[in-house]
Structure formats: C-alpha cells, structure tokens
Design a binder for this molecule. Structure first.
Ligand code: NAP
Ligand code: MG
Length: 499
C-alpha cells in the first residue's frame, strides 16, 4: 500500500491526486468512542480547500466525462479488488473510530465491495433509450450525461458504505467528486480514498476534503462549480442543504432519518421475531438510519414477546467493538449519549415504563467510553414523542395494538418512512402489509436492516426528497438526459408539431 496519508498520525486531504494539509494548516483530533484513545489529527479545512478541490474536480471532469464508461468501470473493478485485500484493515480502522463491532464493520466494507463491482458493471450498460422517430430517415435516442462536479456529504454511522454508494455511482456516470466525510469518522474516509488513489483513478476525479459541516459542507453546497449534492444525515441539516442548494437550482438527494418499526402479529414465529428485533434495534447500537426503534406488537403476543426480549437484552454484552465478546459497542460521541439519555426523562414524563436499561453503562472500562444500556420502553402510545422522534441509540419503544390495520396505521403515523417489517405466518396479512406499509423498504419475516445494494434505497415522507440511492435509482440522480435527433433524409423535415 502506498504511504499516502502523511506521516504518523497527521492525516491529509486528497486534492488533485495529492495528499495535502489544509491550506491554513489547522487540524482537529479524533478519538476512539469506546475508550477515548487518540486516533489521529485530521485537517480542519475551509473555503480555500473547498475552492482548490472544486477547481481540480472541474478540470478533471473534462477528461473523465470523455473516458469510455467501461474504462471508468475498470478502475472500479480494481477498487473492488483492493477493498477486498484491505477489508480487515479498513474494518478495524472503522471499528476503532466509529465503535460498531468488527463483524458489522466488515459488513460496512463489504457494501463498498459489492457496490464497486455493481457499478463497475454499469460501465458496460448505462442504458439510455432508443425510440422511433415520427419522421422517415431520422434517428432518435436518449443518452445519459454526467452532471459535472458533485459533492458527497456523509454521516459517521456507515463511514465506508455510504461514501461508496454515493461516490461510485457518481464516478461511473462520469462525474467528478468531492467527498466530505463526517468529522467523527475521517480515518475511514482516508482509507477509502487511498484505495482509489492506488487503483489509478486520475488526479482530481475524486477529492477528499475533511472538516466541519459549516466550514466544508456548506461551502461545498454553495460553491458555483458544484452541480449537485448527495447528502445523508439528519433532517435538520438536510433541510438546510436543500434550501441553500435551491437558490442556485442545484440537484440534491437527501437520505435522512427514520423511525422504523417491526410489527409482530399474534401468529408470528416468536423465536424468529426476537432475533430480528434484537439485531435491528441494538445492532450498531441502534445508530442505523434503518434501525428498529418501534416494536408494534399485537395484543396476544405482547406478554410472551416482552418476556423473551428482556431475557435476551439482559445478556447483551457491551464493550469495545474489536473484542470478540462484544455484542453492542459505544455511541459515537458524548453528545449523542446525552441526547439518548435525555429521552429517558421524556419517556418518564409521558408515563412510559422503562423495562430495562435507561442509563449509561459505567462499570470498569466502560466508563472510558460512550456506552449506553440497551433499553426497552413499554406502555408507549402512538403520538408520544418517544414514538415519533428519532433517538438514534439502543432504545426500543413497544406499542401494543389490536389488529393488523391498527399496526399499519401506527407504522405509517410518523413523519419518516424509511424501513418497516412484519413478522407473521399469514400470507394474507403479509400481502396486505406489503401493499400498505408506507415506507421505502419493507421486510417480511426479517428485521428492518440489511439492505442489498442492487435494490433502491431510501424513504418516503420526511426521510428524504424522493430520490433513491443504490440500485438503478442511483444513476437517475447522477445523470441527466440528453435527447439526440439525427436526420439523414438530406432535406429539412419538420416535426409533426410544426408541419
Ligand atoms: P448530520 O449532523 O446531519 O451530519 C451529516 C453530514 O453533514 C456530516 O458530514 C456533517 O458534518 C455534515 N453537516 C453538518 N452540518 C452541515 C451543514 N450546515 N451544511 C452541510 N453539511 C453539514 O448527521 P449525523 O449526526 O452525522 O448522522 C446521523 C443522522 O443521519 C441520523 O438522523 C440518521 O438517521 C441519518 N442517516 C440517514 C441515513 C439514510 O440513508 N437515510 C443513513 C445514515 C444516517 P459534521 O460531521 O462535521 O457535523
Ligand atoms: Mg453531526
């Protein structure tokens, strides 16, 4: 592997094919959320660095857009192979700075590998449309053009997977890219971009600028050379990005929050449901946009499900994500821990019973990190704040309902619409749920997490602005259509509307 990231623990931006410090030399520290150990010093970039990256990306666009798409794909094939070779190293880096357990960190990298091969293949397709003209001796077809320079602004919870979804789709379509990773997970982004550098991506095609949302994120959104913004993060920031980009009529895709539910009907296989609930609610310490934070259970199954869940939650082991015994890692930072904990007083005010958890975990080594006990709420009613607001932690709210219809209404009754799931052995109930659950992703007899990259990913209502990532939908966002007419009749033929 090339030594590209600067020496020691001082990492650098990647602009125009070179690893460079922030223009004014500022850096910020990043720490392991499980024990507070220093990971390294990362650039705190600003407008000058954004300008530099935008200039590089704009210049590189002219040749990258003309590089045949199958050749662009060949770079992505090499990226996929290098990611496979470095999977363990990148996964360990990711666990250390983000906190998720190692098996999940490997999954995060695996998504990037899958996306690399998938998008590499698109280099030989990038389907357009060929349609007949209404006139003789005239050809008509539609082709996809890249947009230009696109900014990808990503959160900390999938530090490799989410950048890969955005950047690989953008690149195969012929765009050039500036990636701004979350301040909490820059090291994973450095490892990710190193792979592209080593795979031979031309200078300026993919640039990495680290720094805060206000000093790098917003300047990217406003930059005149940035044509489009692909954003994943919170609703508040997503809204701001959209408003700002609208001033210059820029294209924006937003993947925002969720308040995802699992429905368990009386006839469900409870063993299966318990496994699905635990994995979806407490995997990644509840910090997935698709995490299950609501359990909507039909009355007949409630008592038994609650008993089994409590038994299993008690056994979840907290610890460093690199330790093999760990089931649940830390929260990303102290302010997230505060935020999660603040919902305990909200729950108490709303008359909710806290069946387990409800506090930070402080015994032994856990005191050095941002650990929170897996928490189960009971007696939650539709409309309560703990039922409506994204908490983004290991907190599950149980809501009892009478019927399938009520369950679906409760599921659909939030401002989000990302993922949902139903456990049932009744085909009619399952089919009704698939039709009526108003989310972008629906699972039957599986939890709310585990999206595959060849399908559209995204949500309805407040989860986004109607675009989808991954699958073919990604190319819709990162290209625009050009209609081409070729008249080979040798005379001026007027179209039917003008004739
Ligand atoms: P966030 O605070 O909105 O940050 C997301 C990204 O935006 C970060 O890179 C952040 O930089 C940047 N940013 C912050 N303020 C900005 C501004 N004013 N202008 C431009 N960029 C700005 O979200 P987060 O706390 O990192 O992530 C958690 C949220 O993401 C949750 O709500 C979760 O549901 C959502 N999420 C959604 C999906 C999905 O696909 N639907 C996937 C994962 C996560 P800094 O890091 O420097 O603040
Ligand atoms: Mg943030």
């Amino acid at each position: 592997m090339s030594m590209t990231a600067g020496d020691g623990t001082a990492y650098r931006n990647y602009i125009n094919g070179e690893w460079v410090a922030a223009a004014d030399g500022r850096t910020g520290e990043n720490y392991d959320p499980a024990n507070g150990e220093l990971i390294g010093h990362f650039p705190r970039s600003g407008q000058a660095d954004v300008d530099r990256a935008a200039a590089a990306a704009r210049t590189a666009f002219e040749s990258w857009r003309k590089t045949p798409a199958p050749k662009r794909g060949e770079v992505l094939y090499r990226v996929g192979r290098l990611l496979e070779e470095r999977k363990e190293d990148i996964a360990r880096t990711l666990t250390r700075e983000m906190g998720k357990v190692l098996v999940e960190a490997r999954g995060d990298v695996q998504e990037a590998i899958d996306m690399a091969y998938y998008m590499a293949g698109e280099g030989r397709r990038l389907f357009g449309s060929i349609v007949p003209s209404e006139l003789p001796n005239k050809a008509a077809y539609g082709v996809r053009d890249p947009l230009g320079v696109v900014a990808c602004i990503t959160p900390w919870n999938f530090p490799v997977a989410i950048p890969s979804w955005k950047t690989m789709a953008a690149l195969i379509a012929g765009n050039t890219v500036i990636l701004k990773p979350a301040t909490d997970t820059p090291h994973s982004a450095v490892k990710y971009v190193e792979v592209f550098a080593d795979a031979g991506l031309p200078a300026g095609v993919l640039n990495l600028v680290m720094g805060s949302g206000s000093e790098v994120g917003m300047p990217l959104v406003r930059h005149p050379d940035v044509a489009a913004i692909s954003f994943t993060g919170s609703n508040e920031v997503g809204r701001e990005v959209n408003v700002e980009a609208a001033r210059e009529l820029k294209r924006v895709t937003l993947e925002l929050g969720g308040k995802n539910a699992i429905i368990v009907l009386d006839d469900a296989d409870l063993d299966l449901a318990v496994d699905g609930i635990l994995w979806s609610a407490f995997g990644t310490t509840g910090q997935r946009c698709t995490a299950c934070s609501r359990l909507i259970v039909q009355r007949g199954a409630r008592g038994e499900l609650e008993r089994r869940l409590l038994e299993r939650i008690e056994k979840l082991r907290l610890g460093h994500g690199l330790a093999e015994t760990t089931d649940v890692g830390p929260l990303i930072n102290a302010s997230q821990l505060e935020r999660v904990h603040s919902y305990m007083s909200v729950a108490q005010r709303e008359g909710v019973r806290i069946l387990c958890g409800g506090e930070p975990a402080r015994e032994g080594d856990l005191a050095r990190g941002n650990f929170y006990r897996p928490t189960l709420f009971a007696g939650v009613k539709a409309g309560m704040r703990v039922e409506q607001e994204e908490i983004f932690g290991p907190v599950l709210a149980m809501i009892e309902v009478e019927s399938l219809e009520e369950a679906i209404a409760v599921n659909n009754g939030t401002k989000f619409g990302l993922s949902s799931s139903i456990f049932t052995s009744n085909i009619n109930a399952a089919q009704t749920a698939m039709r009526d659950l108003a989310t972008g992703i629906v699972y039957v007899n599986a939890g709310t997490i585990g999206a595959e990259i060849q399908l559209p990913f995204g949500g309805t209502r407040g989860t986004g602005n109607g675009h989808r990532e991954a699958g073919l939908g990604a190319l819709e966002f990162f290209t625009e259509w050009k209609a081409i007419y070729v008249d080979y009749s040798g005379k001026l033929q007027r179209a039917q509307i003008d004739a």
